[in-house]
Design a protein around this ligand. Structure first.
Ligand code: FMN
Ligand code: COI
Length: 334
């Protein structure tokens, strides 16, 4: 049955119809019991509004700024891997949608279009998400390429010393690194995996990701780039204070869309703690479970400068390409 989607959940339904099961499961799934996956969404439902009334709302303005860049609304596009699994235009379609929606796209380093292809496709404001690899030279080359082609910040993901146990991917023998190619790594390192069992994605990632990454490495990252650095994956006041101390430009409160360590708290439940610890010194952003405008409002009310949406972008892309991403960005406001 064809449906005219009016919200993100309906886009999810369309994505399910459009995608092979292996890819839909990869996009939608979380780690282990998927406790945090449910909680990311449900924790928003437990926060209720007690509105005051008779206020003049005839003129409203949703725009905001992040690191000095103007956004039409406080909803950015989170980094997610492999957009060509959802649509043949891949990250280029997503970037064009970001440009049309006047928002920031964070490009995943495991993208299926290169940093250069995405940069030359449109004038979207782009940040570049980085994993640190055992091969530091590969990480630094990627950072330098992003810097050269106009990405405005590095988003360092710190919650992935290894890939979470995603049981659907294990069952499906998820083959994401091979189909299609992870184009950023071409000529830098092999993306082939020598494993017949379980999730090839997990095997690939554990081969390349550097599990020794720690706070001291922020100094290394700062030494190889002039771009501002945001840390993605902070969930405690303690880490928020450390992030401020090492001099990053922003924090993203995130549990990786519940795909990494299960039984972490839902992000919205720890936002206030992080915001208080940061004390306004740097912007705090949030992702995880944001599905509509009331969620965005709750995050802003608890101190976030803006939010990011991950799966909603993939659902929109799978359902309708660039137009679907635009529609999901719009639906995340409604
Ligand atoms: C399919 C998929 C791939 C992802 N890939 C990345 C990635 O490459 N780098 C990263 O930092 N986060 C990645 N994430 C996490 C997102 O950036 C974001 O934290 C999460 O999706 C937010 O939750 P939401 O999907 O509920 O909006 C991925 C998430 C999904 C669903
Ligand atoms: C290569 C993976 C670690 C990509 C990712 O971040 C994810 O699938 O959540």
């Amino acid at each position: 049955m064809a449906i005219e989607p009016v919200n993100i959940n309906e886009f999810q339904e369309l994505a399910k119809q459009a995608l092979p099961k292996m890819y839909y499961d990869y996009y939608t799934g979380g780690a282990e019991d998927q406790y945090t996956l449910k909680e990311n969404v449900e924790a928003f439902s437990r926060i209720l509004f007690q509105p005051t009334t008779l206020l003049d709302v005839s003129r409203i303005n949703l725009s905001t700024t992040v690191l000095g860049y103007n956004l039409s609304s406080p909803i950015m596009l989170a980094p997610t891997g492999c957009h060509k699994l959802a649509h043949p235009e891949g990250e280029i379609a997503t970037a064009r949608a970001a440009a049309a929606c006047k928002t920031i796209m964070v490009l995943s380093c495991v993208s299926t279009c290169t940093v250069e292809e995405v940069a030359s496709s449109c004038d979207a404001i782009r940040f570049f998400q980085l994993y640190v690899y055992r091969r530091r030279d590969v990480s630094s080359q990627l950072v330098q390429r992003a810097e050269r082609c106009g990405y405005k910040a590095i988003v360092l993901t710190v919650d992935t010393p290894r890939v979470g146990r995603r049981e659907a991917d294990i069952k499906n023998k998820m083959i994401m690194p091979e189909i299609p190619e992870l184009k950023n790594f071409e000529g830098l390192m092999s993306t082939e995996v020598d494993s017949e069992k379980g999730s090839k994605l997990e095997a690939f990632a554990s081969e390349i990701l550097d599990p020794s990454l720690s706070w001291k490495d922020i100094g290394w990252l700062k030494s190889i780039t002039n771009l501002p650095i945001l840390i993605k994956g902070v969930l405690t006041a303690e880490d928020a204070v450390k992030a401020v101390d090492v001099g990053v430009a922003g924090i993203i409160v995130s549990n990786h869309g519940a795909r990494q360590l299960d039984y972490t708290p839902p992000t919205i439940s720890v936002l206030e703690e992080v915001v208080q610890a940061v004390g306004g010194k740097i912007p705090v952003l949030l992702d995880g479970g944001v599905r509509r405008g009331t969620d965005v409002f709750k995050a802003l009310a608890l101190g976030a400068q803006a939010v990011l949406i991950g799966r909603p972008v993939l659902y929109g892309l799978a359902a309708m390409g660039e137009n679907g991403v635009k529609a999901c960005h719009r639906d995340a406001q409604g």
